[in-house]
Design a protein around this ligand. Structure first.
Ligand code: PCA
Length: 217
């Protein structure tokens, strides 16, 4: 019996009309790439509801491993992302999948969420650690994706918007119970990226597989 796995993706936000973090999950499921042990859930891009929707799905499916996905866009040229990833002004390849290894207890984004709320500072969970390390096997996920031919790196900065917000709250609530973490996926071909939705769907299925086989704590 394979382990129960929960995968989440986000709805569209800002100038994006679609969000490949959800579209690729839906495609993977409809094509039967995921298997019955894998459940998927779509997350709203709002500070008030994102975690609640994830937590409800968590309680409903009782996963033994979980990954949340989001798309990256404008964060590529942010100073903190450049610094954390040692990019030194270079633009990372738009096909790169980033395995996020550190969740930060801070909302800090200039752009509003889908309810019009902007949070440019402030802790996410009071009296909780400043950072929490992802509990999923980041190195194994990266290794497996590389073997399959994907461009993939470990990142230490998930930004200050909804992705980091969900990542931190998910880690805080569930990260010590099950292997959990966040993965930032690139924009796809229809958004001027270089991966197709199909390739991304396959990469997500690969990650679910790696996580289902993981026997660490
Ligand atoms: N990406 C955003 C939030 C939702 C998504 O898909 C982020 O990087 O924070």
């Amino acid at each position: 019996m394979s382990k129960r796995i929960l995968l989440s993706g986000f709805e569209p936000f800002g100038t994006f009309e679609t969000n490949p973090s959800w579209d690729a999950l839906a495609l993977a499921e409809s094509e039967g790439l995921l298997g019955d042990h894998v459940s998927i859930v779509k997350i709203p891009v709002t500070y008030t509801d994102a975690f609640d929707v994830f937590a409800k799905a968590f309680e409903a499916h009782q996963p033994e491993g979980a990954i949340s996905f989001g798309v990256y866009g404008s964060r590529l040229d942010s100073a903190s992302f450049q610094k954390a990833n040692d990019l030194d002004g270079k633009t990372p390849a738009s096909s790169c999948i980033y395995i996020e290894s550190v969740a930060r207890n801070r909302d800090n984004a200039g752009k509003p969420d889908n309810a019009g709320v902007t949070r440019e500072g402030g802790v996410i969970v009071a009296d909780a650690p400043e950072t929490i390390a992802a509990s999923f096997p980041a190195d194994s996920l990266r290794h497996s994706l590389k073997e399959a031919g994907y461009d993939c790196e470990i990142s230490e900065d998930a930004g200050g918007y909804l992705c980091n917000h969900l990542f931190y709250r998910g880690m805080h609530a569930f990260g010590s119970r099950i292997p959990y973490g966040f993965v930032h996926v690139p924009p796809v071909v229809s958004m001027n990226g270089s991966l197709t939705l199909q390739q991304l769907a396959q990469a997500m299925a690969d990650m679910a597989n790696t996580l289902a086989k993981y026997s660490g704590s």
